[in-house]
Design a protein around this ligand. Sequence first.
Ligand SMILES: Nc1ncnc2c1ncn2[C@@H]1O[C@H](COP(=O)(O)OP(=O)(O)OP(=O)(O)O)[C@@H](O)[C@H]1O
Ligand SMILES: [Mg+2]
Length: 410
Amino acid sequence: MKTSKIGAIDIGTSKVCSLIAETDGTGLRVLGIGSVPSHGLQKGQVVNIAEARESVRASIRAAEKTAGFRMESALVTMAGRHVSSGNKRGVISITGNRKQTVEQKDVERLLEITRSENIPPEETVLHQIPRYYRVDGQDGVKDPVGMFGYRLDVETHTITASVTSLENLVKCVIGAGVKIDNVVFEPLASAAAVLTEDEKRDGVLLADIGGGSTNITVYKNDSVYYSSVISVAGNQITRDISLGLGLAPELSEEIKVRYGSLVPLPQTEKPKPLIVEGEEIPYEDLFDIINIRTEELLRLVLLQVNNDTGGELDPAGSLPAGIVITGGTGNLPGLAEMAQQVTHMPCRIGYPPRVSGIADSISGPQYAASFGLLLWKLETPEVFYRQKMNNRVFKNSGVLSRLIRLFGKN
Ligand SMILES: Nc1ncnc2c1ncn2[C@@H]1O[C@H](COP(=O)(O)OP(=O)(O)OP(=O)(O)O)[C@@H](O)[C@H]1O
Ligand SMILES: [Mg+2]
């Protein structure tokens, strides 16, 4: 059977993770992985192109080394506050064919008209996800092609990104010598890896809590209903530890990852203080700092979803499948239980599925987005970002980077 290669690069504030996989169109085999600390990003956005490009390059090279061949092109994640979203409606008349049936070209015309409406020049469409169609009076249609009718309506969930931020991201990848297949809003990629079909149908909130930002998406009736970004995530927990305990940021990060927990402390026995570099750190203090910040973050997620949807998405009522958490902060022991308590919804941590190859090294929730990109390539045909800028950026920086690769630098 004919196989093809897929590249994926999750560009985060804490790490860049590149994957190379092979597919026969149905199954996936992960052949290469390269996860390296990231530089030049803040709160999900590229702030220093040269530094970010080097991180991306290092991650790609590490994946290529394990796979034993080059990554030619890849899907890439995008996150951060410059991403915005909304549900848009559009309508067209069905004319020009004798049978008066909806054709694929009518659907494409309707989506195109709806897509460009009310998009400011400094933003570009990343995703346009049709939620449902209406043919004449008939509501909730998933695929209108072939149906009889005079009027076709659609409701779409449209996600836009700042042109500048997207361009910076594209420059980093192309500058590292890899062409871009698609750019995917991070939580959609994570959702592709961890959500079940039942959860997407019943209603579920996915929060990818990384280092620099918490990226949220909500699925209802099988499609994306809402998405947004909060600029608070794991790095704020680390910062609180650093300020609260008077420790260096690197040490605070290490302590958080090694000893951090949200599992309530036993009432009876007093936990021993941690001895770090000869200093005593009361465990209760570390526990309290992590608890307070994490609880606040979870409340912020609820508040933002509620405010943005005018209370329509009362998570406890309208999302029976609850909340699924991905991203590195999902490793905090006790997070699912705390989220359940704070949100009054069922909650679980989303782990990428096990597939063949070397995928056991990407089993944590921080790898949901990179793994999800591979699935996105298999499942979702839409690509919009390129229409506006791929050629321009590629023309400017692609030639040089391709030459560099040709002559074997790096
Ligand atoms: N065991 C752990 N306990 C607590 N936090 C952890 C643990 N492991 C990782 N983290 C935190 O997860 C965060 C990194 O998550 P992730 O790798 O998903 O971020 P990212 O994708 O690079 O960033 P972003 O998507 O926000 O730009 C860091 O803040 C890190 O401290
Ligand atoms: Mg991330």
